[in-house]
Write a protein of this length. Structure first.
Length: 521
C-alpha cells in the first residue's frame, strides 16, 4: 500500500515537472515559433496525403481505367495564375462527368444518336464491375454511336488532350469472339452555323479491338496540341485553329463502335452462336490546360503540390529516426567510455576520432552507393555517421558525474555499475539528449536532401530533396528559365529551411531552459 502511494506521488511529481517544463517552453519566444512551425509541418505530414489523389512518383493520376492518363499537361503553371494574372491561362476540361457510368441518372448526358437498326444500347451493372457500363448488343453488322456535348470556354487551344476507355467483348460461346471484328472511333465535333458537323482529329486508338478473351482491357491515347504536324496533315491546311478549339463554343464528343463479321472464321455466321455484346466502361476524355493545381506540374505531368505534401512525411521520418539512431548510439558509446574507462575508453574514443576525421559527405555517398538507394539505407547511414560529437559530450559529462560524492555514496551502499548508470548517470545527462536530439534532426533532413539532390536519395519515395533533383534534371530549358518555374524549385527549399529552423529554435530554447548558467543570465 505504501509502495503504491509512493508510485502515485512520484507520478504526480513527474506530471507537475512536465507541466512546469512546458510552461517554460511556451514562455520562450524561440520555442513558441519553433513549435508553431513544427505543429504545422506535423499536420501536413499526417493529414496532407489524405487530401491528395495523384501519384507523386509515377506519371498519371486520373483514378479510373488503367490510370495511365496524366492529371495535367507537363510544365503546367499554378492554377491561380489565371485568377491573379489573367491572360492566356487555361484549366483542364473534363468532358465526361461520370466516366465509370456509376450513376444511371447521368447516362442521360450521353445521346444515343446514330445507332443502326438491330443494335441495342443499354445500361448494365453486372459482370463483376463495381460500377456500371454501356452494353451494346449487335444482332447484325453496323455501328453504335453515343455522344456527349460539352463547352470549351477559352480563347486559347488546349495544350493537349487524352482519352481512355475500358472494354470487353461478351458472347455466349467462345468461338463467337473469333468471328467478331470490333473497331472503335473517337471524334470531336463542333457545329458551325449554317453548315454540317465538322470532324476533328480522331484519337490514335488501335483500329482493331482485341476480342480473344472476355476480360476487361484498358486503352489509353494521348494527342499533342491542336497545332501538331499530325493535325496539319489531317486537315491539309496551314492553320487548323479556326476549326479545332479555336474559341469558346459548344462541341460534341462522338464514340462509335463498329461491328463486322470475320469472314475467315466458321463462315462468318456469328448470330448462330449468340449475339455478341460490346461492353464499354471508364470512358474518359480530358482537354488539358496550361495551368493546374496549387503549384503546377513537373516535366512528367505530376502534381508538384502532391509531391511537396508527401515529401513532408518522408523528410519527417528520415530526420527524426536518423536523429534518434545517432543520439542513441552516441549515448551508449559515451556512457560506456566515460564510466568504464581504461582500455574500453581508449578503443571507443580512437574509433570516434577515426570517424571524425573522415569527410562525412564522401563517406555517406560511398555507403549509400554500396548499400542501395532505399529509405532504410539512408536512415541507417545518416544515423550511424552522426553520433561521434554527441558521444564525446556524454563522455565528458559522465567523467565529471562519476566523481561526485553522491555516486561515491551509492557505490558505498553496494550499488552496481548498471544500477548507477541507469538510475543516476542517465537522468543527469537527459538534458543533453533533449537538446542534441532537437539539433540533430535538421542535419539529418539536410543530409537526405543533399543525397537526393546528388541523385543518391531513396528511389521508392518522394522527398523534398528528390523534387530539387528532378528540377535540376529536367533539362537546360528549365534551368535557363528557373525564374519562370520558381513554383517547382523554391517551395521544397523553403520547406527544408523552415522545418530545420523549427528544430533549431526548439533546441536553442531547451538549452536556455535546461542549462543553469544560461537560465541565470
Amino acid at each position: 500500500m505504501r509502495t503504491m502511494s509512493l508510485r502515485v506521488q512520484k507520478t504526480i511529481l513527474q506530471i507537475r515537472n512536465f507541466n512546469k517544463m512546458m510552461r517554460r517552453i511556451f514562455k520562450n519566444k524561440k520555442a513558441a515559433v519553433g513549435l508553431i512551425l513544427l505543429v504545422f509541418f506535423s499536420l501536413v505530414a499526417i493529414v496532407g496525403p489524405f487530401f491528395t489523389s495523384s501519384d507523386p512518383i509515377a506519371a498519371g493520376g486520373v483514378p479510373i481505367g488503367s490510370k495511365e492518363m496524366p492529371i495535367a499537361a507537363p510544365y503546367a503553371c499554378p492554377e491561380w495564375y489565371r485568377d491573379l494574372l489573367g491572360g492566356n491561362y487555361t484549366k483542364n476540361i473534363y468532358i465526361v462527368s461520370d466516366p465509370g457510368f456509376s450513376d444511371p441518372s447521368k447516362l442521360s448526358l450521353w445521346k444515343n444518336s446514330t445507332t443502326d437498326p438491330g443494335i441495342h444500347v443499354d445500361y448494365g451493372t453486372s459482370t463483376g464491375k463495381d460500377d456500371g457500363f454501356i452494353e451494346m448488343t449487335f444482332t447484325r453488322e453496323g455501328n453504335a454511336t453515343i455522344s456527349i456535348d460539352f463547352l470549351y470556354p477559352y480563347e486559347v487551344s488546349p495544350i493537349q488532350f487524352a482519352s481512355e476507355y475500358s472494354y470487353r467483348v461478351d458472347t455466349q460461346y467462345p468461338q463467337t469472339r473469333e468471328q467478331a471484328n470490333f473497331t472503335l472511333f473517337l471524334n470531336f465535333e463542333h457545329k458551325i452555323p449554317g453548315s454540317s458537323y465538322m470532324r476533328a482529329f480522331p484519337a490514335a486508338f488501335p483500329t482493331v479491338i482485341d476480342v480473344s478473351n472476355a476480360t476487361w482491357n484498358s486503352v489509353y491515347s494521348d494527342q499533342a496540341s491542336s497545332t501538331s504536324p499530325n493535325v496539319l496533315l489531317l486537315y491539309g491546311r496551314e492553320d487548323p485553329s479556326p476549326i479545332i478549339f479555336a474559341k469558346p463554343r459548344a462541341y460534341t464528343l462522338d464514340l462509335t463502335v463498329q461491328f463486322s463479321r470475320n469472314e475467315t472464321a466458321y463462315g462468318g455466321n456469328v448470330t448462330a452462336y449468340g449475339n455478341p455484346k460490346f461492353l464499354l466502361d471508364n470512358v474518359n476524355s480530358v482537354l488539358f490546360g496550361n495551368s493546374f493545381g496549387l503549384l503546377g506540374t513537373d516535366d512528367l505531368e505530376r502534381d508538384i503540390f502532391t509531391q511537396l505534401v508527401v515529401g513532408t512525411r518522408i523528410s519527417f521520418v528520415i530526420g527524426i529516426v536518423s536523429a534518434v539512431l545517432s543520439v542513441g548510439i552516441g549515448l551508449i558509446v559515451g556512457l560506456v567510455a566515460g564510466y568504464v574507462g581504461g582500455a574500453t575508453d581508449e578503443i571507443l574514443m580512437r574509433v570516434n576520432d577515426m570517424l571524425l576525421v573522415i569527410p562525412s559527405l564522401p563517406l555517406t555517398i560511398v555507403l549509400v552507393f554500396v548499400l542501395g538507394q532505399s529509405m532504410l539505407n539512408i536512415i541507417v547511414v545518416v544515423g550511424v555517421l552522426g553520433w561521434m560529437g554527441f558521444a564525446r559530450t556524454v563522455r565528458s559529462a559522465v567523467l565529471s558525474l562519476k566523481e561526485r560524492s553522491f555516486i561515491e555514496a551509492v557505490k558505498a551502499s553496494g550499488g552496481g555499475r548498471g544500477y548507477i548508470i541507469r538510475r543516476h548517470i542517465v537522468p543527469n545527462v537527459f538534458p543533453l539528449i533533449y537538446i542534441t536530439l532537437a539539433m540533430s534532426v535538421p542535419g539529418a533532413i539536410v543530409s537526405e536532401a543533399a543525397l537526393s539532390w546528388l541523385g543518391l536519395g531513396p528511389l521508392d519515395v518522394m522527398s523534398w530533396g528528390r523534387i530539387l533533383y528532378q528540377f535540376e534534371g529536367a533539362g537546360a530549358a528549365v534551368a535557363m528559365n528557373a525564374f519562370r518555374y520558381w513554383y517547382w524549385a523554391i517551395p521544397p527549399g523553403i520547406c527544408i529551411a523552415l522545418l530545420s529552423l523549427s528544430f533549431v529554435l526548439i533546441g536553442y530554447a531547451l538549452d536556455e531552459i535546461l542549462n543553469p548558467r544560461l537560465r541565470e543570465r
